[in-house]
Design a protein around this ligand. Structure first.
Ligand SMILES: Nc1ncnc2c1ncn2[C@@H]1O[C@H](COP(=O)(O)OP(=O)(O)OP(=O)(O)O)[C@@H](O)[C@H]1O
Ligand SMILES: [Mg+2]
Length: 228
């Protein structure tokens, strides 16, 4: 699903964020990306959805060579990806329903499909009863559940998330992680950068540790491995 071969990322200011990364993430994987602050986790995540381009090496996502995509092709790449951020990034003036429906409107789904699918994903994240609420009327955990509903509404092959539970309390983080686990059970590949030791240790999923821009560990049923 995602293949990196000899990928490096050097930012314009000369900062080497990632160097010579080679990794294979097969379809259906659930991968945690851990490591100290500044290690390169967000850079790794951003390259997958082409927010940042690799400086060197080859990066294939869902059969597309990300480094060689024309700008006009980027929306087609992102159509197959669900992206979840730490700060939710919902549209403040739209309701829960509209926030999720919007992702389907941009790919010109029919009104009927939108209604059916949005209702389904809001059920999946347990928020159908909040359809008419605005983001400001929701708790952080609820807002993140809306963001997840939006990320999965178009049936992406991969969901990538950068510290999705970073702003949430432990109990709410668990609710969110259960939703990700359910999505993964349905066959969707998950790639998640996190500092959440409790979650990583309990989930027993694949873990890669990035340290100073290199992969320091890659474990099948891994642990967080740091004390913070
Ligand atoms: N746009 C940018 N321009 C220049 N340097 C950057 C840029 N973004 C990140 N960096 C640098 O690249 C390195 C990796 O940053 P990155 O954000 O990927 O780390 P991270 O592992 O996500 O850290 P954290 O756990 O704090 O989120 C850091 O040294 C950072 O300062
Ligand atoms: Mg980061």
């Amino acid at each position: 699903m995602i293949h990196l071969s000899g990928v490096s990322k050097v930012y314009d200011n000369g900062c080497v964020a990632l160097s010579d990364i080679t990794i294979d993430i097969p379809k259906g994987d659930f991968l945690f990306v851990v490591g100290p602050s500044g290690a390169g986790k967000s850079t790794f995540i951003k390259m997958i959805f082409r927010e940042e381009l690799p400086t060197k090496g080859k990066l294939i996502v869902n059969g597309r060579n990300v480094g060689e995509l024309q700008p006009s092709e980027v929306p087609y790449l992102r159509r197959n990806l669900g992206i979840v951020f730490q700060d939710y990034r919902l549209l403040p003036n739209k309701t829960v329903y509209e926030n999720v429906a919007f992702a389907m409107q941009v790919i010109e789904s029919s009104h009927r499909d939108i209604k059916k699918r949005v209702t389904h994903v809001l059920d999946l994240v347990g928020l159908r009863h909040k359809s008419g609420s605005c983001p400001s009327e929701l708790s952080g955990g609820e807002q993140q559940r809306v963001a997840i509903a939006r990320a999965i509404v178009n049936n992406p092959v991969v969901v990538i998330a950068d510290e999705p539970t970073g702003n949430l309390d432990p109990e709410t983080s668990w609710e969110i992680m259960k939703i990700f686990a359910r999505i993964n059970k349905g066959g969707t590949t998950i790639v998640m950068a996190t500092h959440d030791k409790t979650v990583v240790d309990a989930m027993k999923k694949r873990v890669i540790a990035i340290e100073k821009g290199k992969i320091a560990r890659d474990e099948v049923k891994g642990v967080y491995g740091y004390e913070d």
